[in-house]
Design a binder for this molecule. Structure first.
Ligand code: IMP
Ligand code: MG
Length: 173
């Protein structure tokens, strides 16, 4: 049987949730400047839409992490393959993720960022998938909470496929 794509979030729903997150961030950081760090590759589309809804001054940077493991779960063996390039000392930082699952990736990046002595670090994720959470990390800005399922589209991949889908789907193999 070919894989089945079950709709989870439409374009309109993604737009609405992104706007809500952007409004909250713009209010919380009113009068401040923020460095947004997108986690590649998954967050590239969400970050692009999020920043265009923000009303505060922002700088944008990226980090890339790789985890060894199967296609549908991270193994916990994480390493950084692209470092940030912005000097974040004394700055307000928001890490932008497409999806948080076990929390291991976010835990790793938060630990990595500590060495640069930012003023504050918060986490924004479009999707907070609570199914396999192993590390209790507060997701300060979560767009949508899901219990189960492997999601693709809007930056999210399965084996590097489906990132270009404009909506988010549950992939049933
Ligand atoms: P974590 O380290 O388990 O929290 O996983 C975080 C990363 O694994 C995300 O940034 C995604 O790249 C990937 N991931 C976890 N669950 C999914 C999913 O349902 N669809 C696509 N990627 C996922
Ligand atoms: Mg990712």
């Amino acid at each position: 049987m070919p894989p089945e794509l079950i709709p989870v979030l439409s374009r309109a729903e993604i737009e609405k949730k992104t706007k809500i997150l952007a409004n909250r961030i713009s209010e919380d950081y009113h009068g401040k400047e923020v460095v947004l760090i997108g986690i590649l590759k998954g967050a590239f589309i969400f970050l692009a839409d999020l920043v265009r809804e923000l009303t505060i001054p922002v700088q944008i940077d990226f980090a890339r992490l790789a985890s060894y493991g199967s296609n549908t779960s991270s193994s916990g063996q994480i390493r950084i393959t692209k470092e940030i390039e912005t000097d974040i000392r004394g700055r307000h930082v928001i890490v932008v993720e497409d999806l948080v699952d076990s929390g291991l990736t976010i835990a790793y990046i938060l630990d990595y960022l500590k060495q640069f002595h930012p003023e504050s670090v918060k986490v924004c994720a479009l999707i907070d998938k609570v199914e396999r959470r192993e590390v209790q990390i507060p997701i300060d800005y979560a767009g949508h909470v899901v219990d189960v399922g492997f999601l693709v589209g809007y930056g999210l991949d399965f084996d590097e496929k489906y990132r270009n889908l404009p909506e988010i789907y549950h992939l049933k193999l």
